[in-house]
Ligand binder design. Structure first.
Ligand code: HEM
Length: 221
């Protein structure tokens, strides 16, 4: 629709940044200004995704992957808190439930009252495509509850749980739980989103404005 109304003006990367902002707001999260003017990449190569954080990464690796992009330990916690909305496939928690310890046990960070619920949703060798909320307490609201979950052993994916194992990230989690911290959370999250959205931005004559977001211009689908 955008291309029909004003051709070649709005990039897909701006659309994604604005859509993320609107999704947060529509779930009662903060509203924030998103700088625009990004252009889209001309390259799409799986090798460029090699340094994306993974669910089973150690906390050291998560921190260093963020740091390499100019994002702090605080940003890591704030941005992971986006898991206050949305879902995960059982695929991403299978190891955490059934093959975490050497003896084949679950991640001991999972609250023992929560474990049977997770196992019931994602049985051993069950359907890995079944989806469950990343924040089982307030799955449809953008709020600070995800950080309380992390403290209470209710994190669903491993990378969220690991934020409470490390002294620096634990301190950040704790700082946002409670009356004073939770009022700062929305604005701090918004700032971290803007910071992340400014990484490696293409402007001027770099890149292009894609006509179709899933393809580089001129490459047959
Ligand atoms: C710390 C590194 C991160 C890891 C390892 C991670 C991992 C994951 C995984 C495994 C899922 C489930 C994917 C699926 O089953 O489709 C997921 C979903 C999601 N993640 Fe992350 N994530 C990370 C950081 C982030 C950040 C920085 C944001 C945004 C600020 C974010 C926002 C989301 C959202 C909104 C969903 C739900 C998607 C949906 O409902 O389809 N995550 N993440």
């Amino acid at each position: 629709m955008l291309e029909r109304v004003c051709k070649g003006v709005v990039s897909c990367s701006d659309i994604v940044a604005l859509a993320a902002r609107d999704a947060v707001f529509l779930r009662n999260g903060p509203f924030y200004q998103v700088p625009t003017g990004r252009r889209d990449g001309r390259v799409s190569d799986i090798s460029h995704a090699a340094n994306i954080p993974e669910v089973g990464d150690s906390i050291q690796l998560l921190k260093s992957k963020f740091r390499q992009k100019g994002l702090s330990d605080r940003d890591l916690v704030l941005l992971s808190a986006a898991h206050t909305i949305g879902t995960t496939a059982c695929f991403f928690i299978e190891t955490r439930l059934y093959n975490f310890t050497r003896g084949g046990g679950p991640d001991p960070a999972i609250n023992p009252d929560f474990l049977p619920r997770l196992k019931a949703k994602c049985p051993f060798r069950g359907d890995i495509n079944v989806r469950l909320p990343l924040d089982p307490v307030t799955e449809e609201t953008f709020d600070v509850q995800i950080l309380r979950n992390i403290r209470d052993g209710l994190a669903v994916i491993e990378s969220d749980a690991r934020l409470y194992d490390d002294r620096a990230t634990k301190r950040v989690v704790d700082s946002y739980i409670g009356q004073r911290g939770s009022s700062a959370f929305g604005q701090d999250f918004a700032e971290a989103m803007v910071k992340m959205g400014n990484i490696g931005v293409k402007t001027g004559s770099q890149g292009e404005i894609r006509r179709i977001c899933t393809a580089v211009n001129g490459v047959p689908l």
